[in-house]
Design a protein around this ligand. Structure first.
Ligand SMILES: [Zn+2]
Length: 299
């Protein structure tokens, strides 16, 4: 299998889920082996969408380098991974990737509109040779050897609108486009005030997230189990930070961006794939100091 990029540049704009600020992205074809890179107006140096660039993984995945920050890259990364796109150059005018409808569907539509093209360089999948994991108790994630990329995910939540949702799949492109890309992010109304005080969810609305109130979902569901599907979407986007397709079976329970990120780091370390001796960039402090990863309010 060969690497792929898009045929022509495309643009999209919208409000960021966390920042609430308007941003515009321009996605362009990129050479083989260059991977997915982000560039902002203020810094010429591109930020590769890799583990080494992750500066925050609480509530959303933020990449950055030398003061540049690009927040909430995971749904766009998931769209690229789901469509088998390896190389993209993404200019971002704003602090955050637009939330659009809270899913990866608008990015899939955009990238399909751009068209895809094969490049001469081969893809180099990462084959998982033995179990690698992160987390413990009720929140964990692991990857075990398998003949294909598979995901088994269980989401437990006390809220009756969510409950226990579980699925196992061997994602194909068609399945990604139809069953996962449209699944939206979600948030609990009761958490909104606290999140906004911490600079999060400032752009969140019922247009770009499933709102979960006391009595249930406020704006309808696209799938009965949309919550766990969105967790799978986030996972696909975070795994794409490895920069290479994975052959292995990911099994997760109540994981979120932070644990997804821990798994990707653990895979890199286990397989000796680190790009820099220094390893991972210094992480920003958690928004809730002293607390473990917050409940799966999985924006
Ligand atoms: Zn998400």
């Amino acid at each position: 299998m060969h690497q792929r990029t898009i045929r022509k540049p495309v643009t999209l704009e919208g409000v960021g889920l966390h920042s609430g600020k308007l941003a515009r992205i321009a996605i362009a074809p990129a050479p083989a082996n260059s991977g997915i890179t982000f560039r902002t107006k203020d810094h010429d140096e591109p930020v590769p969408a890799t583990v080494e660039s992750v500066v925050n993984s609480h509530y959303a995945t933020t990449v950055g380098r030398n003061g540049t920050r690009i927040q909430t890259v995971e749904h766009l990364m998931a769209a690229a991974a789901g469509l088998g796109l390896d190389n993209l150059s993404i200019d971002v005018d704003g602090p955050e990737i637009p939330a659009v409808d809270g899913s990866a569907k608008p990015f899939v539509t955009l990238l399909m509109h751009a068209g895809r093209t094969e490049q001469s360089a081969p893809r180099r999948p990462v084959v998982i040779p033995y179990p690698i994991g992160a987390g413990n108790g009720g929140r964990w994630i692991q990857i075990v050897p398998s003949d294909a990329f598979r995901i088994s995910y269980t989401l437990d939540n006390d809220h009756p609108a969510i409950g226990t949702q579980a699925l196992t799949c061997t994602p194909t492109e068609k399945m990604f486009i139809e069953d996962f890309a449209p699944a939206r992010t979600y948030g609990f109304l009761k958490d909104l005030g606290a999140l906004r005080k911490r600079g999060l969810a400032r752009g969140a609305s019922l247009e770009n997230a499933i709102g979960v109130g006391k009595r249930g979902v406020l704006n309808g569901l696209r799938y009965r189990d949309e919550f766990v599907r969105h967790k799978v979407l986030d996972l696909i986007g975070d795994l794409a930070l490895l920069g290479r397709p994975i052959v292995g079976h990911v099994i997760a329970r109540n994981a979120g961006h932070a644990l997804n990120f821990e798994l990707v780091v653990a895979i890199q370390r286990a397989l000796g794939l680190e790009r820099r001796a220094a390893g991972v960039a210094a992480l920003e402090p958690a928004p809730f100091p002293g607390r473990l990863v917050p409940a799966p309010a999985a924006i």
